[in-house]
Write a protein that binds this ligand. Structure first.
Ligand code: APR
Ligand code: PHB
Length: 394
């Protein structure tokens, strides 16, 4: 078999790359380890930067997002029992974010790909990548009992943090940077109206809480929990009580509770692997970097990688110009480190850290108070939250 670009992974990175390349006439094949339903069952963040919205528009998959998603002009920070609004659009010259779940973005991309007849192999087993340091890479896998070999020009490693692509790069060629946080997030999805029109990020002595949403009838809430916590120990009632405790009195009073339809614990991690290109293999999205979810940068970073990679490959195929390919890693990493910094900073500001003690709490309170009173500080938050321009660092 042949394809110009073999994409490993059908998460948002792989699907978006596939869509941008395929619609430009480049022959792509996506290989995904899991089933379509399994991929669609994963619940992840739901805040899209303007750059991501524009890229989804360019990919021709924005109609349902515009019909069902919601633009948000602000967020709220809650501390000392009071909420303070950060006017995202007022502070950034009219920029705002789109609240639309990653699961829905994934579904829209999958639907567009199958409608256009571009090929994805789900449940591809034992995917292995070969010879990516040569001019003619290969990918092998097993599907429905058959062994398949595909020859290609390029391999895009869009296979997430646990994928095979980064793991196939010799250790000596990679530098990794990592911070693991000493807590997790316990998340609940429920068919209830959101507690507020905008997202609430709360710093509380019991720990962080976040009130988010997927629609006017579907809410997503999180509370900071211990890494030893077991989801089974968190009844719905215990979750709602803990969340209510971490909100201001008005939000606590208006919070509408109901049965959870999903409940899970996620660890928090910052991680970057450098570089992101090895000959004819490119890493994109979670395969190359992870951010803690505070600030919802994961999908948005995946989108900027994909923008740079699709530009680079279109330039290669269109003009036989390798400049985009050669600068891919450097361009991505400049933006990635800025988002890593922002996600780390928001995480540090809003969570309860077991080892920083009362001094750490006082510093957080001082910073939060400064943040909501200083236009300069609020602007820095707003500018990062709505998303730095894709080409900010060029
Ligand atoms: N072979 C084939 N597919 C694989 C393999 C493999 N060996 N290993 C992993 N995959 C698939 C996974 O099953 C998954 O569907 O690769 C896909 C990777 O998707 P994501 O983990 O969603 O990563 P990405 O597409 O980069 O999306 C980034 O997702 O995790 C969030 O916060 C992150 O929002 C960000 C976004
Ligand atoms: C979410 O809706 O799941 C969400 C929103 C904002 C975040 C993280 C997660 O910062």
């Amino acid at each position: 078999m042949q394809a110009q670009v073999v994409i490993i992974g059908s998460g948002p990175s792989g699907l978006l790359l596939g869509q941008l390349l395929s619609q430009a006439g480049i022959d792509t094949l996506i290989l995904e380890r899991k089933s379509r339903d399994y991929v669609l069952g994963r619940i992840r963040a739901g805040v899209l930067e303007q750059g991501t919205v524009s890229l989804l528009e360019a990919a021709g998959v924005a109609d349902r997002m515009h019909a069902e998603g919601e633009f948000h002009d602000g967020i709220e920070l809650c501390f000392d029992g009071t909420r303070h609004r950060i006017d995202l659009s007022g502070l950034t010259g009219g920029k705002r974010v789109m609240v639309y779940g990653q699961t829905e973005v994934t579904r829209d991309l999958m639907d567009a790909r199958s409608a256009a007849g571009f090929k994805t192999v789900y449940e591809a087993e034992d995917v292995q990548i070969h010879d990516f340091d040569s001019a003619r890479p290969r990918v092998t896998y097993r599907h429905q009992g058959q062994n398949v070999e595909v020859h290609c020009d390029f391999i895009a490693g869009c296979d997430g943090y646990h994928g095979v692509c980064r793991a196939s790069v010799p250790e000596s060629a990679l530098t990794t940077y990592e911070r693991v946080y000493p807590f997790g997030w316990l998340g609940v999805l429920s068919h209830t109206p959101p507690v507020s029109d905008e997202l609430i990020y709360s710093n509380h002595a019991d720990g962080f809480a976040l009130c988010s949403m997927r629609s006017r009838t579907l809410s997503r809430y999180y509370i900071q929990c211990s890494l030893d916590d077991d989801v089974a120990a968190w009844s719905d009632e215990r979750f709602w009580d803990a969340l209510r405790q971490r909100l201001d009195p008005e939000a606590a009073e208006t919070l509408v509770t109901g049965p959870s339809i999903e409940k899970s614990i996620a660890p928090l991690r910052s991680f970057v692997a450098e570089p992101m290109r090895f000959g004819r293999l490119f890493l994109a999205g979670d395969a190359a970097h992870i951010v803690p979810p505070t600030g919802a940068k994961g999908l948005n970073l995946a989108a900027s990688d994909v923008q740079y990679l699709s530009e680079a490959l279109l330039r290669y195929y269109g003009e036989k110009d390798e400049a985009g390919i050669n600068t891919y890693s450097e361009r991505c990493l400049k933006r990635i480190w800025k988002a890593e910094r922002f996600s780390w900073w928001m995480t540090s500001l809003l969570h309860k850290f077991p080892d920083t003690g009362p001094f750490g709490q006082k510093i957080q309170q001082a910073e939060l108070d400064y943040l909501v009173r200083s236009t300069a500080a609020s602007t820095a938050l707003a500018e990062n939250y709505v998303g730095l321009p894709f080409d900010f660092s060029d």
